[in-house]
Design a protein around this ligand. Structure first.
Ligand SMILES: NC(=O)c1ccc[n+]([C@@H]2O[C@H](COP(=O)([O-])OP(=O)(O)OC[C@H]3O[C@@H](n4cnc5c(N)ncnc54)[C@H](O)[C@@H]3O)[C@@H](O)[C@H]2O)c1
Ligand SMILES: O=C(O)[C@H](O)COP(=O)(O)O
Length: 625
């Protein structure tokens, strides 16, 4: 039953000659964690990571700042908080944490249609393994659903491809239930070997069948752990304690970790053909689906016993029934099934040599509290615009790297936006090939550019399409649009104290509506740096300029002669358009110059036409940043 539970100046700065400004970010650069201006930072974080993740509360504050007349409606707390739907039982500590941040709606046992109906008004969804988060859910949540939190490890019930396409972050809670799952695996191992479940049922039925329930010993027997990850290695550790010989197969596990536990890593074939007991601990993926089938059962040691606390789908369940009937598999202990719950009368579940539990591996009080806190922290962090260490479909970027890259992230997006608006023909016509060049005093290997590439991608795609781009879907969206983004890291002689000296965005094989933006080799090129902690444009085509990338920008190419700045300034002043920053760059004295003018307001058509009519203005373009 669904039940709600409680839950920036006319020339206000000197015209900066292109050579005189400091080229390094200010040492008092605002960090992600201690910003000098929290609301500005929130906006940036939002644009930076997940543009629409900004809590409604912050949006309200910003609109009030800009439009004081809108203050007559003060949104209530519940209107401004994000809505978090929890569709399966979650530990209290996690719920409490979520309630400090958002409106929490605990609605359990929703049908797929009910979930789709509800999701359109939710910012986040928290699930366990019982909720299928399908493409339809992401379609229904489009525009609002920002994060899906999986309170546990397995994400096979979440359509990750759809999540990525819709720019929805998926986070999980990968560590808090490891021990619980391992303990359950051991519980099933021991219970199966000693027929505990069958014997218990028999006693309760009034029988006393001591000869029927003679078991097998574990000591000295070989246990093959398939999937030597977190749970698998904890199972191995415990099985060693029971006196078992433990071997393991995992194509990706480090030999050292196995060796440290006294476990031999072997091939798949060796593992399944020599083991007396096989315990499954791999994720369900297209590669592992039904990896235990008629063929693999046929190569197992006759009388093998199988424990599965991973995912039902790694076993072909019909084949397991056949292997049980044929005596190849003596017993199976299963916590997980292809369909949960399994259909009534399911042959596998009812098999006398099978013991079954209803997906209880993670179900200890301790694990559930831990998982709830782990997922609540990850979801709240994501809603605040932070990147999660447990992001499943986005690059994980260490907090210190994030802090360092913050101002460059803003620069990257603005350069992308500028570059694409310089393309001739509108709507970024024909933009197929973009190159991002990072100049840095650091070694190329010491530079994580995934975030910056995503932001250049966002800057390029968003002005020319209805797509919303963030770190999650940037690469996917670029690929969908046939946009090839390549990167080059160039080591320059600059202080390695700062991660990046400059970022250059180049678009090739297109014409430009502002010919001066085309460099000698035919590419539209814009380059920028972070100065005083703010993004600055430092070159356009072959011209050097120096202007803060804030608000909107007018680029003019004119004959380098006295009076040009004044004429354009007058036109803007007459129309009450505030100039925030300005810079002039030229190649040869008294030949041609470029004027880059930052304006707070968008000039109207008349103002733009008047600028175009000024004698000796050869070309100009207005860019929305
Ligand atoms: N029953 C439960 O309640 C319960 C609880 C926790 C975890 N689980 C499940 O247990 C499994 C393991 O969880 P984990 O936390 O240890 O994950 P993990 O990612 O730490 O470990 C999984 C391991 O499987 C390995 N692997 C991948 N493909 C493989 C293959 N083809 N053959 C062998 N190994 C392969 C990986 O290299 C990795 O080391 C997952 O399926 C998870 O969903 C179930
Ligand atoms: O993958 C997991 O974490 C486990 O299967 C636990 O699933 P649950 O949260 O539905 O118990």
């Amino acid at each position: 039953m669904a039940a709600p539970c409680s839950p920036k100046s006319i020339f206000n700065r000197p015209i900066i000659p292109s050579s005189s400004a400091s080229s390094s970010p200010s040492p008092s650069l605002p960090s992600f964690l201690r910003p000098p201006n929290p609301s500005l930072l929130s906006l940036r974080l939002t644009r930076f990571h997940f543009p629409d993740i900004i809590p409604t509360a912050l949006k309200t504050v910003q609109s009030h700042d800009t439009h004081p007349h809108k203050l007559d409606h003060v949104a209530s707390d519940s209107e401004t908080k994000p809505t978090i739907l929890v569709s399966e039982k979650l530990g209290d500590a996690g719920l409490s944490l979520l309630r400090t941040f958002g409106n929490v709606d605990c609605s359990y046992d929703l049908s797929p249609d009910q979930l789709c109906d509800k999701i359109s008004s939710c910012d986040a969804l928290i699930v366990r393994s019982g909720t299928k988060v399908t493409r339809q859910v992401f379609e229904a949540g489009k525009g609002r659903l920002k994060v899906v939190g999986r309170a546990g490890v397995g994400i096979d019930n979440v359509d990750l491809q759809a999540a990525t396409e819709f720019g929805c972050l998926v986070v999980n809670a990968p560590t808090a239930n490891t021990v619980a799952a391992a303990e359950h695996g051991i519980a099933l191992l021991v219970a199966m070997a000693r027929n505990v479940a069958q014997a218990d049922a028999s006693v309760k039925a009034g029988k006393w069948q001591r000869n029927k329930y003679v078991g097998v010993s574990l000591v000295g027997k070989t246990l093959a752990v398939l999937g030597f990850g977190k749970v698998g290695s904890e199972v191995a550790r415990r099985a060693k304690g029971l006196g078992m010989q433990v071997i393991a197969h995992d194509p990706y596990a480090p030999v050292d970790r196995a060796r440290a536990l006294g476990v031999d890593l072997v091939s798949f074939d060796a593992a399944i053909s020599t083991a007396d007991f096989i315990s499954l601990h791999m994720p369900l993926t297209p590669d592992t689906s039904k990896m235990f089938n008629d063929d693999t059962f046929s190569t197992m040691k006759k009388g093998v016993r199988i424990i599965n606390v991973a995912r039902g789908g790694v076993i072909d369940e019909d084949a397991l029934v056949r292997a049980l009937d044929a005596g190849i598999v003596a017993q199976a202990a299963l916590d997980v099934f292809t369909n949960e719950p399994p259909p009534e009368g399911d042959k596998l579940v009812r098999h006398e040599n099978v013991i079954a539990t209803p997906h209880l591996g993670a179900s200890t009080k301790e694990a559930q509290e831990g998982v709830a806190i782990e997922i609540a922290e990850a979801v709240v962090g994501a809603l605040k615009g932070e990147l999660s260490a447990t992001a499943v479909n986005a690059p994980m970027v260490a907090p210190d790297v994030l802090t360092e890259l913050a101002p460059y992230v803003v620069l990257a997006e603005k350069l992308g936006r500028m570059a694409v608006q310089l393309v001739a023909g509108g709507q970024g016509s024909g933009v197929k090939s973009v190159k991002v060049v990072y100049r840095s005093g650091r070694a190329p290997d010491d530079l994580d550019t995934r975030l910056l590439r995503a932001m250049v991608t966002k800057g390029i795609i968003e002005p020319i399409s209805a797509s919303f781009v963030n770190l999650v879907n940037a690469d996917f969206t670029a690929k969908q649009k046939g946009l090839r983004i390549t990167e080059e890291r160039v080591t320059v002689d600059s202080s390695p104290e700062f991660p990046i000296h400059s970022i250059q965005v180049k678009i090739s094989n297109v014409g430009s509506k502002f010919a001066s933006a085309v460099s000698e080799n035919g590419e539209i090129s814009v380059e920028g740096r972070v100065k005083y902690g703010e993004p600055h444009l430092t070159s356009v085509g072959s011209f050097e300029v120096d202007v803060s990338l804030e608000g909107n920008l007018i680029l003019c190419r004119q004959v380098d002669q006295p009076g040009m700045i004044g004429q354009v300034g007058n036109i803007l002043g007459e129309r009450n358009i505030n100039v925030s920053f300005m810079s002039v760059g030229r190649t040869v004295r008294r030949k041609q110059a470029i004027m880059a003018i930052g304006v707070d307001e968008e000039p109207d058509k008349v103002a733009l036409r008047k600028i175009g009519d000024v004698a000796n203005i050869e070309e100009f373009v207005f860019l929305n940043l």
